[in-house]
Design a protein around this ligand. Structure first.
Ligand SMILES: Cc1ncc(COP(=O)(O)O)c(C=O)c1O
Length: 355
């Protein structure tokens, strides 16, 4: 059935091992992040078989489905309304709000559990985290009064929101905060979590930031790309995931609609470039499944020109009579397209095991 996402578990396994070995060579543990593929079972099975250090996801519902002895980490800050489930489903969560940590403590007490907390600090990317040291000491002092939560470590997240690139100078801000906490409270933190796939460009250049001992990696393993500069990591597969979708109509038509132009299906006034009469293919996949401009056709003669909920329209230039109705067009993916295609129940997930 089409559309389908062809998922190569062995290429994924290879990428997992390459990145985990790279991390280990630099003295870092790795949290393998599963959210971009909705923690799909055949891929989390690979993580279990390869014995990754941690499995991490931003959605509790995904972590719930993974049965493993590998420590599970909730990446998105905990909601006050899910503390009971968090202490029962996960081992570690990322936090920045004292009220939530206190609620986690209460929940952990209720279920006779202990829960580990990584405190997130914001060093300028401006998504989650305690802003530098603002109230940090007070939060830690209060945490020490709690009997059922442990301060496992300190972490930061860069690039995802503000696009801030991890550099030695930027990460020094994290290290200053860690040093301050360790000196003031006379402790050694277990985990100093330095970031996500955007950190890998440093390891690639053999730059290790002293004290950082953990990374949380999703995109690089799934798509073979570091995310500070969007560069392909040469040793990795970038085709773990391939979208295949079929042509459901193929006709020569003009490139500009005829008549008065109002709104498209999404209330926007569309704009067109006149390319004369072109070969127009309709693909059986639409905006409900993916943004068409996030798809990268393998065939450079295929140009995606628009979409509605259930259709993507492609212009086929210089393809002679190579394509006919029913033929399959293949695409490489970006992070955004992988995320939405994995989330769409209308896209079949088809697993292959051969490299
Ligand atoms: C807090 C946090 N850490 C790590 C990651 C993984 O990021 P990436 O997929 O760029 O490696 C994410 C995103 O999924 C995240 O939200």
């Amino acid at each position: 059935m089409y559309p389908r996402l062809v998922i190569n578990t062995e290429k994924y396994r290879y990428n997992v091992n390459r990145i985990q070995n790279l991390c280990h060579r630099h003295g870092l543990s790795m949290m393998a992040v599963t959210k971009v593929f909705c923690a799909a079972k055949p891929l989390t099975q690979v993580l279990k078989e390869e014995k990754v250090d941690y499995i991490a996801d931003s959605r509790l519902i995904n972590l719930k489905r993974i049965s493993t002895t590998i420590p599970k980490v909730l990446l998105r800050l905990v909601s006050l309304h899910e503390v009971d489930e968090v202490v029962n489903v996960t081992d570690i969560s990322l936090n920045s709000e004292l009220s939530v940590i206190k609620a986690l403590n209460k929940a952990a007490e209720k279920y006779d559990q202990r829960h580990s907390v990584i405190l997130m600090v914001d060093i300028g990317d401006l998504r989650e985290g305690i802003y530098y040291k603002e109230n940090l000491d007070i939060i830690i002092e209060e945490m020490f009064k709690l009997k059922h939560v442990d301060l496992k470590g300190i972490g930061t997240n860069l690039t995802c929101y503000g696009g801030i690139i991890p550099t030695q100078d930027t990460l020094k801000k994290l290290i200053d905060i860690v040093n301050h906490v360790e000196e003031k409270f006379d402790l050694n933190l277990d985990i100093i979590s330095g970031g996500n796939s955007s950190h890998l460009h440093l390891l690639d250049k053999d730059i290790h930031i002293d004290k950082i001992n953990n990374l949380r990696i999703g995109e690089a393993i799934a798509l073979g790309r570091e995310t500070a500069f969007g560069e392909q990591l040469e040793v990795l597969y970038n085709d773990v995931f391939t979208l295949e979708t079929d042509i459901i109509e193929l006709k020569k038509k003009p490139s500009i609609p005829e008549g008065d132009i109002g709104m498209d299906a999404f209330g926007k006034k569309p704009q067109f470039t006149d390319l004369g009469v072109i070969n127009r293919a309709i693909l059986g996949i639409g905006h409900q499944d993916v943004d068409y401009y996030e798809l990268i056709p393998y065939d450079k003669h295929v140009r995606l020109i628009g979409s509605s909920s259930d259709h993507i329209i492609a212009g086929l230039t210089n393809t002679e009579n190579r394509y006919k109705v029913g033929d399959v067009i293949r695409f490489k993916l970006t992070y955004g397209s992988l995320l939405s295609l994995m989330t769409s129940e209308y896209v079949e997930k088809y697993y292959v095991q051969t490299i």
